[in-house]
Design a protein around this ligand. Structure first.
Ligand SMILES: [Zn+2]
Length: 285
């Protein structure tokens, strides 16, 4: 089964008069969606009580939860202080996830800054290993999910993310198709382009593990030089990648897991559109 839902709250959620994310699970269920990514990207400021309430709401409405850890994480930093802070951001996000019963914590690995990319990646790899060693004892049920990134100067191309995920079973990739498209200068156009991604994932993680994926989708603007520039809505059709060829591959490879939409402001409405496209393909099989 493939779940669909938004990252964060759509503009219409607030326009309809809602204020609290605690209302999101029921709101999503009414739209027949079944996943929600809670954003901690600007810091873990969610108290235990609120997290537990959100978890209860999500369970009551059959919404699976994931959290997105703060943007400030940089496991590739040469500065030990930044590593300590990054470890704390991850640990705090995991704790929030545990309180709400979320199974996945999405995070950005970091960026090389002025360092050589390979050297920075090796540093991130070692630092992530240290995080994992502590994590798997305390929260073996929560997966840490490094994300494929859209800017060229960030660590997180597909090979890097898969290499990180081969460190331990508690790591699973967040495959962000908009990001892969942007970082590759518009790389995802045909079904074969998406096929190559799934083939790589299955090769690296195996037939079983490689099919339970956490995925992000949005239309995205990019520049040749830097990659990702801006997320757009599903209606902004001048920007790729298209969802149809991806949906065909999701069906063909029997991918389960979650598709989270990260479009600009219309993420829940766009998740409904994606779910419709995917369900129509599945109905035709
Ligand atoms: Zn992200």
């Amino acid at each position: 089964m493939l779940r669909f839902g938004p990252s964060g709250n759509s503009a219409i959620f607030y326009a309809e008069g809602y204020k609290s994310s605690l209302k999101m699970p029921a709101w999503l269920k009414a739209k027949k969606l079944n996943a929600y990514e809670y954003s901690l990207t600007r810091g873990v400021r969610l108290g235990r009580e609120t997290a537990e309430k959100l978890g209860a709401e999500a369970r009551a409405n059959e919404i699976s939860l994931s959290v997105h850890a703060p943007y400030f994480i940089n496991l590739a930093s040469p500065n030990p202080e930044n590593i300590t802070k990054s470890e704390k951001y991850i640990a705090d996000s995991v704790e929030a996830a545990a309180f709400m019963g979320a199974q996945r914590v999405v995070f950005h690995t970091g960026s090389p800054g002025k360092a050589e990319r390979k050297e920075a990646f090796d540093r991130a790899y070692r630092n992530l290993y240290a995080v994992v060693e502590k994590h798997r004892e305390k929260y073996p049920e929560i997966l840490l999910c490094p994300e494929t990134m859209g800017k060229k100067n960030q660590i997180g191309n597909l090979d890097e993310i898969l290499k990180l995920c081969m460190l331990d079973e508690c790591l699973m990739p967040t495959i962000d198709f908009g990001h892969l498209h942007a970082a590759g200068g518009g790389a995802l156009n045909s079904k074969d382009d998406f096929r190559r991604i799934f083939e790589r994932i299955l090769e690296a993680l195996g037939e079983e593990r490689g099919r339970k994926l956490h995925m992000h989708y949005s239309r995205i603007e990019y520049t040749e030089k830097g990659g990702e520039k801006k997320h757009w809505t599903y209606a902004d059709k001048q920007y790729g990648p298209e969802f149809e060829p991806l949906a065909l591959c999701l069906a063909e490879y029997k991918i389960t897991g979650t598709v989270i939409t990260e479009t600009a402001g219309t993420m829940a409405e766009d998740a409904v559109i994606l779910m419709g496209i995917y369900n129509a393909i599945m109905d035709d099989l």
